[in-house]
Ligand binder design. Sequence first.
Ligand code: ACM
Length: 743
Amino acid sequence: MRGNYVTILSLTVPNRNNCSGVFTRSNLLTMKTVKYTKLVLIVAYALSLALPVRALGSAPASSHLNLMPVPASVRLETGRLAINGSFNVAVKDHTDDRLRAGIARMLTRLAGRTVLTLPADLTADEGTATLVVQCERAGDIVPSLSENESYSLEVTDQQARLVAPTVVGALRGLETFLQLLQGDRDGYYLPGIKIQDQPRFQWRGLLIDVGRHYEPMEVLKRNLDAMAAVKLNVFHWHLTEDQGFRVESRKFPKLHALGSDGFFYTQDQVREIVSYARDRGIRVMPEFDIPGHSTSWLVGYPEIGSAPGPFKIERRAGIFEPALDPTREQTYKFLDAFLGEMAALFPDAYMHIGGDENEGKQWDRNPQVQAFMKAKGIKDNHSLQAYFNQRVLNILQKHGKKMIGWEEILQPDLPKEAVIHSWRGPDSLAAAAKQGYNGILSAGYYIDLIFPSSQHYLADPIPLNSTLTAEEARHVLGGEATMWGEWVSPETIDSRIWPRTAAIAERLWSPRTVTDIDDMYRRLSVISYQLEELGLTHEKNYGMLLRRLAGSDDTGPLRTLASIVEPLKEYRRYQMRPQTMLSPLTGLVDAARPDSETARQFAANVDAFLSDAPRFSLYRPNLERTLVEWQTAGRALGPMIDRSPALKETRPLADNLSVIADAGLEAISYLSAGDAATTEWRDAQLAKLNEAAKPRAALEFVVITSVRKLVIAAAELPQLRSTTPAEWKKRVTIMASPPAAPS
Ligand code: ACM
């Protein structure tokens, strides 16, 4: 899948940094000083979140708000609402099962977090209730794009009051309520606060590809819970792929029977997921990817394919030739019946027809297809696919559905009702909007590529430099994180989705100006642990996978190694180590996680240490401790690898761990002694670091640049005499920036 790697990358990368430098930390701090002059602090969302509560009354200096996504408007007040065993909830005006179930789930989580036994029943007494939830109406029967998700939440010494036009708004507010919980030596409490909140974009989704790897029901459910926790509202269920057809069709039972290895969702299970999602205010949009990505359809029904077959379920990753035959009426009859069946099963207004990466090779070789094109004056495969899309759109309209497809469907004559899903770069989204098409963005949100949260966070559906008019910008409905399924199993998928998707959720919900990366990471780590209370396994399975590899509970050295390597980014993992969909996903590359927090912390400490020139004492003990830990782990890994052949491929990483640590420790000792390292020493260390930077076992170290900085700094020490420490550090940083990627 998505085999056109170079195109993808060159198109997506420029998207990422569009907002940087506009709202810097120092800007925010200046603004903060101004606001401090007021008694009641009325502050912009981002500002209030970075604001120590110290200034606001009785709370301790270290508390921060941990809201994610940041609400549209936050006003901190003095005072606090104690949360204790007498906590209770009253509902006012509209109430229904969905609201009561949402409150019950909130209570379970609140009790779990505080270890307080809380009353299960609602109280009838609004006056004495700790939390009053006041809704006007139920909201849409089928969750919709136009659902009102707004709410307001006010917390005083006496009471918290959540007011929302719909139950969905109340559910969003209950998540905020839980995120406001804080604790100190006096117990749990919520700070006094006034929040008014609504999303910036109406379409905030997560795609889960269950075609390549099937994900059991509990995986989907816990991810729906996590989505709700960060206010995402569309589950894009990518149900069909070359590698698997995952939904039961009663009309065409050979689809799932022959196309899924027995791993598919029954129609009852689909209804269960739709209902589970609705309970959380989440739409479920299915995708049936056609005309390409369709090998699994053709295993049972080769007659709708463009080549004679027979076809087998695809086991590899990549882009494959099989495609539906767009020239035969039989194909449209089939699609009419199948999509009609699915339209009745999935109540959402939208149906995704894929449409991506069809190279039309089978069409080129099929004389009947060629004759059809000639007869109809269809000049190329793009136009033939446009013809196909038009026919599919008519079918969907007949069944009451709106069509959405990947950006390849944007062809001349595409009816304006179609929605464009941009994935190769943000330009297609803007181009679609300019032509009057609604669209959503996934370019920049490809979480399968293992990029850090910070990059996803800065990808904005309507970047600051956007040339869209206000009218055109209204066509940008939002975006979706995409969890493509090549290299995820039920054990690892959560760690590829979370916590990074929470940063994307914030991008899609919060005002555009919320872009402080340090503060995002601060809140992300809090939210990450809170997601565990919903059963998400991104944290706990890390330990489990390491234990399995080590064959022991004593995983210390392996954990140290895993904490500073990341799976190869983009599509390099597959290029380095081709596996199939049947390969186990239990190696160190599967345990290791994106966006290493240890590496980020180490980089920050190295920066602080170098900023402390010429003293070099700030963070020195911390850096030395860390590097000694790496050195020790590097040595201890040898015997562990001997015992566990599954770890054999990681031996060079273990060796390099010691190399990296030695280089860093030597550099620190030069710097703190005020002794300049020789250029020979520097070059020898850099050569070793370059070697260590090469990927091994589909993993790469993510601390090399920081260590390189230390090494270069040690050799650049004499330059400190003739320049300011700040200039010197800048020079070291530039000299240490990574060399061109090793080939
Ligand atoms: C895609 O990634 N081919 C939509």
